[in-house]
Design a protein around this ligand. Structure first.
Ligand code: C5P
Length: 297
């Protein structure tokens, strides 16, 4: 028997970052929006824990125990005194190492799939606890929709998103390491007092009313200067998307994927075509938000 779970990517419409905490993490006001690009995680009973991956970027996905999908299976099995003997297959469509939480999506997907395969019937809050142990973005991958993440991003308050938003995601060559981007953030703020992160009321109102123009005016990412400092060529991608008519552009999470908000699905296709023609990105993907969280298919 196999169980397959579909899990969405995310974009951070606001990523407000505070100073480094004693544990090395940063307090966040992180407004997540799930977008309709999906990985599918299939688990099947096996002799031992193994992982395979398919998709255009499959060769960049680790197939060992560092993969969050493997860690999710191990964490759930350990809680129930089980052995995590399962084969995990990831059909990968979310850009890899791109700031769209693809690894976190696979963690949340494997967790939900193993819970069903093993007939455990874990409660939502038990699953969310394991997600939070696995990584700061993993709880949101389970929940989807729109949510405010506080703490290191793992404590979620669900938000209302009152309409559809249309996005283009420009996929860069190579990844960016999330810890390296946070370290660059610290370097850029060395000696300065970093204010406590707060969610923007204007941004939350724009989400609630589904107003793309207002959302465009309120998009912020405090990690963007750090990502651009490590990868200056991303500025050219951001400029190309704006020149093609995007309402707003920003680095997605810790990058290097860049996100462009547009008025309509047609607008998104135009911006995607222009980005590809500009030669400033490796691929351009069109997607709408919000999207459902992890769900069995
Ligand atoms: O939680 P996650 O494993 O995704 O975090 C990866 C890295 O990103 C952490 O080791 C840390 O360097 C950085 N991070 C952070 N503050 C957060 C989330 C992540 O500094 N709130």
């Amino acid at each position: 028997m196999s169980v397959t779970v579909r899990v969405p990517a995310k974009v951070n419409v606001q990523l407000a970052v505070g100073g480094a905490r004693p544990d090395g993490f940063h307090d966040l006001a992180n407004v997540f929006l799930a977008v309709g690009l999906y990985d599918e995680v299939t688990v099947t009973a096996a002799q031992a824990l193994t992982i395979t991956c398919s998709g255009p970027d499959a060769d960049q996905v680790p197939l060992d125990r560092t993969n969050l999908a493997a860690r999710a299976a191990e964490a759930l099995a350990a809680r129930h005194g089980l052995s995590p003997d399962v084969h995990i297959h990831i059909a990968k469509d979310i850009p890899v190492a791109g700031g769209m939480a693809g690894g976190s999506a696979d963690g949340a997907g494997a967790l939900l799939a193993c819970d069903a395969l093993w007939g455990l019937g874990s409660s939502r809050s038990e699953l969310l606890d394991i997600c939070a142990e696995l990584g700061s973005d993993v709880p949101f991958s389970l929940v989807g929709g729109a949510a405010l993440g506080t703490g290191r991003g793992e404590r979620l308050t669900e938000l209302e998103a009152g309409g559809e938003f249309h996005w283009v995601f420009a996929v860069a060559d190579g990844g960016l390491s999330t810890p390296a981007v946070y370290a660059e953030f610290d370097r850029l703020h060395a000696g300065a007092a970093v204010p406590a992160p707060v969610a923007s009321p204007a941004l939350l109102a724009a989400l609630r009313t589904g107003d793309a123009t207002a959302l465009a005016g309120a998009l912020t990412n405090d990690l963007q200067p750090a990502a651009l400092s490590l990868r200056p060529v991303l500025s050219a991608t951001l400029e190309s998307g704006m020149a093609a008519g995007a309402l707003a552009s920003l680095v997605s999470g810790s990058g290097p994927t860049t996100a462009f908000l547009t008025k309509s699905p047609e607008g998104a296709r135009q911006v995607a075509d222009a980005l590809l023609r500009s030669g400033t990105c490796r691929a351009a993907r069109v997607a709408a938000s919000p999207a459902r969280g992890a769900v069995r298919v």
